[in-house]
Design a protein around this ligand. Structure first.
Ligand code: 9D3
Length: 239
């Protein structure tokens, strides 16, 4: 799979993908990450990528022309096996289902927003999807793009060393969190590993793990247990 990243901070991506699962996948040829400098698609002396918002307001926006030129020169043809994704605080929340869907594509092109935002015509007429990684304010789309690449890369065939570990985990089949896990020592500063895990009765271990996972999910992520609510009531936050 090929990931393209379009950013005004190409150096940002030197670090995150030189270690761990993604680095191994790159070396094995399972994926390729091509980082492009948005300023290469500017023609003026100052290589301008931003401008002031019509109607007034704080800060600057990424202007549309360099983004359109970049995408149209990287991908003169669009297709169902490739998607242009705008990373923005206004996007749809990225989740494991989206990661799985992207992992079936042959190429992704990630557009990183900066400044106060991006001209809306990019979301409307250039990007296939507008995606946020969570309800908090980042200073740009670069960290979000790295999150998306990491989550998708580890689902690619061969990347995890071919165990089924991409399936049996949090947000996999059960929808809840993983159960708590322990390693040696069995007693650390008086905090004992739960007895069923030490006893070696595999039926008891399964029962304990199921219950402990459900309890932890209820405590930390009750939203994962609640069935999806019908549209129109709540869920809109403060809007
Ligand atoms: C505080 C500024 N906000 C109100 C004027 C709007 C805003 C503009 C630009 C908020 C964040 C950003 C930069 N963030 C991203 O580009 C971004 C992001 C994020 O902030 N949170 C979660 N996911 C993402 S993906 C891209």
């Amino acid at each position: 799979m090929i990931f393209h990243v379009l950013t005004i901070f190409p150096e940002f991506f030197r670090g995150p993908f030189e270690h761990g699962v993604v680095a191994r996948a790159r070396n094995a040829g399972a994926l390729e990450i091509r980082v492009h400098d948005l300023r290469e698609w500017t023609f003026d002396r100052h290589r301008t990528v931003d401008d002031r918002p019509f109607g007034g307001g704080e800060g600057m926006l990424l202007k549309p022309e360099p983004l359109f030129r970049a995408v149209e020169s990287l991908w003169p043809e669009r297709g169902r096996d490739r998607a242009v994704i705008l990373l923005s605080a206004q996007g749809r929340l990225f989740d494991q289902a989206a990661a799985r869907r992207y992992s079936g594509m042959s190429e992704l092109l990630l557009l990183c927003g900066r400044y106060e935002g991006v001209d809306e015509r990019v979301a409307e007429h250039l990007a296939d999807e507008e995606v946020s990684v969570g309800d908090y304010v980042l200073s740009g789309g670069e960290l979000a793009a790295a999150v998306v690449i990491d989550a998708v890369a580890r689902l690619l065939p061969g990347v995890l060393g071919n165990r089924d570990s991409a399936v049996y985990e949090s947000f996999g089949e059960s929808g809840g969190l993983d159960c708590p896990q322990y390693t040696r020592p069995a007693d650390f500063r008086g905090w004992r590993v739960p007895q069923p895990l030490l006893d070696g009765n595999h039926a008891e271990i399964r029962r304990w793990r199921r219950r402990a996972a459900a309890e932890k999910t209820a405590r930390l992520r009750p939203d994962l247990l609640r069935p999806p609510q019908p549209d129109g009531e709540g869920g809109e936050g403060k809007i």
